[in-house]
Design a protein around this ligand. Structure first.
Ligand code: FE
Ligand code: ZN
Ligand code: FE
Length: 192
């Protein structure tokens, strides 16, 4: 009969999931950068891509510290978040609104990673894997900083710019008088 899995098995499994998630993100981040209009936002995605490559190396060190071979296991969660980001990029938004949406997509992935690394650090500490805990905490701090940077950009003008663009479009919107005298918006988008 197979032995019952332990917290250590779950830990290695989560590490593999996270290793794969980071690898998926190295392919997604350049797309977010490319779709950004705001230069600071593009820079934020580009510098987080560099950090992400370092995070993969850090996970290599974590596996090594545990005497485990570094390998990934498909992360369905981040795949779904990336997929949603892709559909947003296919939408027809003005530049600032798209930037606001890219931030929203980026922050979903940062929060997913923060949850993953938060658990990994706590488990590593509980099992006395101090070297692994230290390395994982470094990445957790980077994910939190990346999330904060995105919040700063959103709240530092991008959201307001997108809201202003929405208001401007609303003001300019031609109104057509249709039969019966009802005023009906001629806007095709319907997005406000
Ligand atoms: Fe990461
Ligand atoms: Zn996952
Ligand atoms: Fe990240």
């Amino acid at each position: 009969m197979a032995e019952t899995g332990t917290l250590h098995d779950a830990f290695i499994d989560e590490l593999r999931d996270t290793y794969d998630a980071e690898k998926q993100l190295t392919k997604a981040l350049p797309k977010l950068a490319k779709a950004s209009s705001n230069p600071k936002l593009r820079q934020a995605f580009e510098s987080h891509l560099e950090e992400t490559q370092g995070q993969i190396e850090r996970l290599d060190q974590v596996f090594e510290s545990l005497g485990e071979k570094a390998r990934g296991k498909h992360c369905e969660g981040i795949a779904g978040i990336i997929e949603e980001g892709k559909s947003i990029m296919e939408e027809d938004f003005d530049d600032t609104t798209m930037d606001a949406c890219l931030i929203a997509a980026g922050q979903r992935s940062e929060h997913y990673e923060m949850a993953a690394y938060g658990t990994l650090v706590a488990w590593a500490e509980a099992m006395g894997h101090t070297e692994a805990a230290k390395l994982l905490q470094q990445t957790l701090d980077e994910e939190k900083a990346a999330d904060k940077k995105l919040s700063g950009l959103a709240e530092g003008g991008i959201n307001q710019g997108a809201a202003d663009a929405a208001r401007a479009e609303e003001d300019e919107e031609p109104e057509a008088v249709v039969a019966g005298g009802t005023r009906k918006s001629a806007s095709k988008s319907g997005r406000r």
